[in-house]
Design a binder for this molecule. Sequence first.
Ligand code: 1HE
Length: 264
Amino acid sequence: MAAPFLLTTELDNIGIVTLNKAHKRNALDEDAIAEIDAYFSNIPEHIRVILMKAEGDHFCAGLDLKEHHDKERGAVDFLRVCQSWHRAFDKIEHGGIPVIACLQGAVVGGGLELASAAHIRVADSSTFFALPEGTRGIFTGGGATVRTAKIISPNRMIELMLTGRVLDAVEGERLGLAHYVCNNEANPKTAYELSLELAQRIAGNAILSNYAIVSSISRIADMSATDGLFAEGLMAAVVQTGRDVQERLGEFVNKKAHKVKPTK
Ligand code: 1HE
């Protein structure tokens, strides 16, 4: 039997998911997408945050080009492949649980589509981003036109795809593809250390706040202003009357809560 594509483990209430096909640079074949879908469809109830990382020097080389070449898929077959990616990645983005992607090396093509579905991206300084589809005679099919374009703008995505330009970690951070770059002078932590630190911090938030943050903000961005304000109000009405709220706000009222302060 083939080794699983995903290794899954837990650290307290943090789910740790590892792409485990380093010898193929974690390229995504049909089985890999099915495993991602299965994990994110059945997140154990006690898991508050998910940290997604990868074995080897590269996070993910995108679509398994060998499988695609060998299968000689027709248009309908590949439409179904794309829809399976869309379903799986939608569960990452809209599963209600914050997902942190810990990146290194290649985050390219479908690998960037996968990372774009996560809520926070922490990059090792070795990370590079690209959408090489345009220069390989193919097109994105795992959600980049929606998610990656939303992050960097459609216009920047067009330029990256037409030219095949490769962005390093710092250029990626500037465009929003990474929120943090690690392993450099400014931030000597490893990407994994920082990802775990962020995961632990986020796991301490109220469950309902985390749910609202990861479920509603990107959806509201797709709405008209009128609908968005209404949806925001509804979401806030649910969260602000949640179970933890009295206790947490009580800590502030009784001067026991942390204050908001600059970190530097
Ligand atoms: C692969 C793949 C892959 C590596 N599918 N097998 N993605 C791309 O165009 C990226 C293609 N890959 C690369 O450019 C490079 O492999 C990397 C920069 C990621 C890494 O380079 P390197 O020198 O570390 O590794 P390598 O020697 O190129 O690859 C090691 C093995 O992984 C090798 O197989 P082997 O049998 O010769 O050992 C490679 O063939 C294999 N490998 N990448 C299959 N992608 C829903 S639509 C999404 C559209 C896309 O994602 S298009 C894909 C874009």
